[in-house]
Design a protein around this ligand. Structure first.
Ligand code: ACO
Length: 325
């Protein structure tokens, strides 16, 4: 048995924030942002929109594509670090919105690798027979945890959601393998320090900007390229393939320079690599399912094609998957 993607969906908020908009907010320029990141614009959720709202729409679209109803869903796993509440899990709110009464639902916290970590969990459940269909969602409202006065971080991120619907099927198509890694020694290079048990809510904490993202970008950059390259090779080697066999490489969309450096090290061509970071920025756990949905709608994923995906994020966490479409 394999877990096969039978539906994809995504949702991007209507509100577009361009680099020119950011020029009016912080000391930056469109040219600097494009040269260092490749990002031209990003989407910002409406004031009344949350992660569960976007995740629900993306999931419903994946279900519609597959032609299944909420009653058919056994499991919902959501990769997010910007849930509606610290708890309960945002996946439970999506379950309620969809009316997926029999599904069990939980969140996975692996930052930008969240979708691949969630996919791996769902794949394990389905292959072990603990369900037939799983929704795997990546959804983030990063605009709520970005310090919009910090030019080092605010230019990078955006909001959005993507989802895939997995069904266990016999045959050659489906998830071939997942490869996950973590290294907590780097946790402070990319994190949100408040407000959890270590730094509980306080007026001083707000003054110190603890609820916002902090990042040492150039350190993150180096480890990201190295790790995404290594874990992509791991997936190919585990299945006896090389880069030449890959139809589409759909990496986490953090920064064009990270993507280009990784693609080059893997020996992949531009045609093999899917990039949409210029339109949406880094939507963390949502970038990969959004990109898979776009590639799917553009007809870039044909039956039998090999799809390689890799991600890197806070923790640090990193992972990859190889999927036969
Ligand atoms: N506009 C203009 N200047 C800026 C901006 C900005 N938005 N941000 C930083 N600068 C300045 C800095 O202050 C610095 O100025 P200085 O030389 O006078 O001190 C200069 O630009 C260079 O700063 P660096 O941080 O060294 O610039 P770098 O080339 O490393 O680019 C960037 C910064 C884009 C953040 C890069 O390091 C990066 O992309 N890192 C990866 C981070 C990332 O993607 N994180 C997301 C989460 S992890 C993931 O998803 C993989």
């Amino acid at each position: 048995m394999k877990s096969r993607i039978i539906g994809t969906g995504s949702y991007l908020p209507e509100n577009i924030r361009t680099n020119y908009d950011l020029e009016k907010m912080v000391d930056t320029s469109h040219d600097w942002i494009v040269a260092r990141t490749g990002i031209e614009e990003r989407r910002i959720a409406a004031a009344d929109q949350c992660t569960s709202d976007m995740g629900t729409i993306a999931a419903q679209r994946a279900m519609d594509m597959a032609g299944v109803t909420a009653d058919d869903i056994d499991l919902i796993v959501m990769g997010t670090i910007t849930g509606d509440y610290p708890w309960p899990a945002t996946a439970c709110l999506v379950q309620e919105n969809l009316g997926a009464k029999k599904a069990f639902a939980y969140d996975v916290s692996a930052a930008c690798s969240g979708f691949l970590f969630a996919l791996s969990c769902a794949d394990d459940f389905l292959r072990s027979g603990r369900g037939k269909r799983a929704l795997v969602i990546g959804a983030e409202t990063f605009s709520r945890i970005v310090d919009w006065t910090d030019r080092n971080t605010c230019v990078l991120f955006g909001d959005g959601a993507g989802a895939v619907l997995l069904e266990s099927q016999e045959g050659d198509s489906g998830v071939l393998s997942c490869h996950l890694h973590s290294d907590g020694k780097y946790f402070e290079l990319l994190c949100q320090k408040g407000f959890g048990a270590k730094y509980p809510p306080s007026v001083e904490g707000i003054g110190a900007k603890l609820p916002f993202i902090t990042m040492q970008g150039n350190e993150v950059f180096k480890v990201a390229v190295r790790s995404m390259t290594q874990v992509s090779k791991e997936a190919l080697t585990a299945n006896g393939y090389t880069s030449a066999d890959v139809a589409q490489f759909i990496p986490h969309q953090a920064n064009l320079r990270i993507l280009e450096a990784t693609t080059k090290r893997l020996g992949l061509t531009k045609e093999q690599s899917f990039i949409n970071v210029h339109k949406y920025g880094n939507t963390s756990g949502a970038t990969i399912p959004i990109a898979i949905d776009e590639a799917n709608h553009q007809g870039l994923l044909k039956e039998g094609d090999l799809l390689l995906s890799a991600a890197f994020g806070g923790g640090f966490t990193w992972g990859s998957t190889l999927i036969r479409w």
